[in-house]
Design a protein around this ligand. Structure first.
Ligand code: ADP
Ligand code: TRP
Length: 334
C-alpha cells in the first residue's frame, strides 16, 4: 500500500512529546516512512503560531521536536526532513488554493468548530479569540500536502477531515482546468495503534496533564511512573491485570514474555504496585535510553540539526518550485 508512494507527515511543535505521542505517532510514522518510495516529514511551525506567540517557547519546541524525530530514528538521508517555514513556495501555493476553497469548508472544519463550541459553552461570542490562522488552517495544511504531490498522509482520526479537504481542493482545481494539475491525496488512519492511557487512566494527553514525558532523566521518569493511579490492594491480594493501569501501559511498551510475566505476578499475588511500577520504569528506560542520549546530543549540538534541516529544505524546495511553476502556468498561463 505504501510501496511506490509519496508519504508525507507534518508535526506541530507543541511541547516535548510524551509516551503516547511517541508510541502512537512518532514511531509508526518513522516505520511507515521506511517503506515509502519518497518519505517527507516536516515541522509545521507556521501552524503553531496560531496558538503560540512566544518566540522563545516556539523556538524551544521546534528544536525539541526536530531532535526527538532524529533520536527516534528518522533517517534524513532517506526522508526529506525540513521546517515548513523554510519553504516559501508553500505559502504562495496556499494563496492560489484559497481561490478554489469554498468558505463553507472552513466553517465546517473540526478545529474551528471545536473552538466555537468552547466559546459558546463559556458564554463568549462565537469567534472570540479565534484568529484567521486557525480558521484557514485546512488551506495551509492542504498546501503542505499538495505541494509535494503526496499520495498518502498517515494521520490520527482528528486529522482525517483535513486530508479530505486537501483532496477536495485538488479535485476542484483539476476539474476546473480539466487536467490533473495536483495529485489527490489519501489518508491512512491506523486502527491498530493502541491509545496509551495516561497517569489517571484517561488517554495520555498534554491537555490532561497526565503524561509520561519522553527522553527525560531517570528521576523525572520515575516520578511520572510512580504517579500512575492504583488502588490500595496489598501485594498478596490477587489482582486482575486488566484492571491495573500500570499493566495497561506496560502492555504497550514491553515484550510479550515480560507482559505475561507481569500478568501472572499480579494474578498470583506475587507482584505489588511498587514492583510493577519498577518493571514499567525499566521497560521505558530500556526502550528509550539509547535514543535519549542521541536526543541530548542533538539538543547540545543543534547546529548539526540545522544542517540536516537546511539540506532537507533544499530537497523540498526543488519539488515545491516545480509544483508552484505548474500551478502558476495553469492559473496565469505563464
Ligand atoms: P496531545 O493529546 O498530547 O495534545 P496530540 O493531539 O498533539 O497529543 O497528538 C499528536 C499525535 O500523537 C497524534 O497523531 C495522536 O494520535 C498521537 N497521540 C496522542 N496521544 C496519544 C495516546 N495517548 N496514545 C496514542 N497516540 C497518541
Ligand atoms: N494538522 C496536523 C496536526 O495538528 C499537523 C500538520 C500540518 C500536518 N500540516 C500537515 C499533518 C500535513 C499531515 C500533513 O497534527
Amino acid at each position: 500500500m505504501i510501496e511506490g508512494k509519496t508519504v508525507l507527515t507534518g508535526v506541530k511543535p507543541t511541547g516535548k512529546p510524551h509516551l503516547g505521542n511517541y508510541l502512537g505517532a512518532i514511531k509508526p510514522t518513522i516505520e511507515m516512512g521506511k517503506a515509502a518510495k519518497r518519505h517527507i516529514m516536516f515541522i509545521a511551525d507556521y501552524h503553531a503560531i496560531n496558538a503560540q506567540k512566544d518566540a522563545e517557547i516556539l523556538n524551544k519546541e521546534i528544536k525539541e521536536i526536530a531532535c526527538v524525530y532524529l533520536a527516534a530514528g528518522l533517517d534524513p538521508k532517506k526522508s526529506i526532513f525540513y521546517r515548513q517555514s523554510d519553504i516559501p513556495e508553500i505559502f504562495e501555493i496556499t494563496t492560489i488554493l484559497t481561490a478554489f476553497t469554498p468558505k463553507g469548508f472552513m466553517n465546517k472544519a473540526h478545529a474551528y468548530k471545536a473552538a466555537v463550541d468552547k466559546n459558546v459553552a463559556a458564554g463568549k461570542p462565537n469567534d472570540d479569540g479565534i484568529n484567521m490562522g486557525l480558521y484557514t488552517y485546512p488551506v495551509l495544511m492542504a498546501a503542505d500536502i499538495l505541494t509535494f504531490d503526496t499520495d498518502i498522509v498517515p494521520v490520527g482520526k482528528d486529522q482525517i477531515q483535513h486530508v479530505e479537504i486537501a483532496r477536495d481542493i485538488a479535485g476542484a482545481i483539476n476539474a476546473y482546468y480539466g487536467k490533473d494539475v495536483l495529485v489527490q491525496p489519501n489518508y491512512v488512519a491506523d486502527e491498530n495503534i493502541a491509545v496509551i492511557p495516561g497517569l489517571d487512566g484517561r488517554k495520555m494527553s498534554k491537555s490532561y496533564g497526565n503524561v509520561i514525558p519522553m527522553y527525560e532523566d531517570d528521576k523525572t521518569l520515575k516520578k511520572a511512573v510512580f504517579a500512575i493511579k492504583t488502588d490500595s490492594k496489598p501485594i498478596e491480594e490477587p489482582k486482575n491485570p486488566e484492571e491495573v493501569l500500570v499493566y495497561e501501559v506496560y502492555k504497550t511498551i514491553a515484550p510479550a514474555d515480560k507482559v505475561a510475566e507481569m500478568a501472572d505476578g499480579l494474578r498470583n499475588g506475587k507482584l505489588g504496585y511498587g514492583h510493577v511500577k519498577n518493571m514499567l520504569l525499566d521497560a521505558i528506560i530500556e526502550k528509550t535510553a539509547q535514543e535519549r542520549e542521541v536526543y541530548n546530543y542533538y539538543m547540545a549540538h543543534f547546529d548539526e540539526v540545522e544542517q540536516v534541516l537546511a539540506e532537507g529544505a533544499e530537497k523540498a524546495r526543488a519539488i515545491a518550485k516545480q509544483t508552484l511553476k505548474r500551478l502558476k502556468n495553469t492559473v496565469f498561463g505563464f
